[in-house]
Design a protein around this ligand. Structure first.
Ligand code: SF4
Length: 54
């Protein structure tokens, strides 16, 4: 497992880049976007660096 990035806390355990036992991302940076035309709440945002764990 790669080193955790303490600047990116994440609990998405299904992601290949998640350090599952520690709730952090292991990438150096991530890209966040939205699937909404006009986002209004946090549920409208997505981590676009997500990759399904094999
Ligand atoms: S890539 Fe996104 S979803 Fe995956 S662990 Fe990092 S922050 Fe979480």
């Amino acid at each position: 497992m790669s080193k955790i990035n303490e600047c990116i806390e994440c609990t998405v355990q299904q992601c290949a880049f998640n350090a599952c036992d520690q709730n952090y991302c292991t990438l150096n940076k991530i890209k966040v976007g939205t699937h909404e035309a006009c986002p209004t709440v946090d549920q409208c945002t997505d981590c676009q660096s997500f990759k399904l764990k094999a």
